[in-house]
Design a protein around this ligand. Structure first.
Ligand code: SF4
Ligand code: SF4
Length: 279
């Protein structure tokens, strides 16, 4: 079963939920797809067994080019500019789609790999963990996310820590999940971003529910919205000094407050039931 953890905005505690859920269940794999800022390894402190580079194929223009301009005309991302006697490629804009080499009438384009990040494979106790890391200055997070997603182990309960927001890397992270947990805070800002996230997850057709983190702050807006939209509130985690203290010390709070493991397991059983009914 694949459960993705997402949120419309950063700082809601998505990684905390992913890590604590992974620690509460048996036979889990954690895929940290928040490749611009992977944090789950800070809490789990895995031993990394392997690192693999993630490359993107980008065009290299050869001598056969006659500057016809076809490649620049077809590139949707403006990654190629053709001048009267020169072709300029902007690798940081290239999505590696390969269209330019397909349309080149002179067969002048070779696709060459360009390193944009890496994935790390390791273990933390019984948890298998894979996380991606986008190189500083690189803009294309999605290929690194996809490389992490390819590591999905069908024999395990897979927990995906998605990046914040609702952009392409988020879609690449949550697509194909059996269930998505949307993490939010009970504040007007949390509600605003939650509504956008709900729209996206509904479009993807993934069953989902809401986990309210830092409950007790803010207002009732998130609860009223979930009630009106018939969205399940799966769990509430209070704004609690002890939880905050463990978090700031890089400790997953279920390790020190084991009663929470049972609550995460109950939530998991509820999720399994919903996913089963929908399938
Ligand atoms: S590979 Fe795709 S994105 Fe990159 S330059 Fe060619 S057409 Fe543009
Ligand atoms: S399509 Fe081929 S020949 Fe035409 S400008 Fe691009 S690389 Fe050169």
């Amino acid at each position: 079963m694949i459960i993705s953890i997402a949120s419309g905005k950063g700082g809601t505690g998505k990684t905390t939920i992913a890590v604590n859920l992974a620690l509460s269940l048996q036979n889990t794999q954690l895929l940290d797809c928040d490749v611009e800022e992977p944090n789950s390894h800070i809490f789990l402190r895995p031993s990394i067994a392997e690192t693999e580079k993630v490359n993107l194929l980008t065009p290299d223009i050869g001598d056969a080019c006659d500057w016809c301009g076809e490649c620049a005309c077809k590139c949707q991302f403006h990654a190629i500019v053709v001048l009267p006697e020169n072709v300029m490629v902007f690798p940081e804009l290239c999505h590696g789609c390969g269209l330019c080499s397909l349309v080149c009438p002179r067969d002048a384009i070779t696709e060459v790999p360009r390193e944009i990040g890496a994935i790390m494979r390791g273990r933390a106790g019984s948890i298998s963990i894979v996380y991606g890391l986008l190189k500083i200055g690189e803009a294309m997070a999605t290929p690194v996310v996809k490389a992490v997603r390819r590591e999905t182990d069908p024999e395990k309960t897979v927990i995906i820590d998605a990046p914040p927001g609702t952009s392409c890397p988020v879609i690449a992270s949550v697509e194909g999940s059996d269930y998505c947990i949307l993490v939010t805070e009970p504040t007007p800002f949390g509600l605003y971003d939650l509504k956008i996230a709900v729209e996206v997850i509904r479009l993807l057709g993934i069953p989902f529910g809401v986990l309210v983190n830092k409950s007790g702050i803010g207002d009732r807006g998130v609860y009223d919205y979930c009630g009106a939209e018939k969205i399940a509130v799966l769990l509430e985690i209070p704004y609690d000094e002890e939880i905050a203290r463990w978090y700031s010390g890089g400790v997953a709070f279920v390790e020190r407050m084991p009663e929470w493991k049972d609550r995460f397991r109950e939530m998991f059983e509820c999720i399994k039931e919903t996913a089963r009914e929908r399938s």
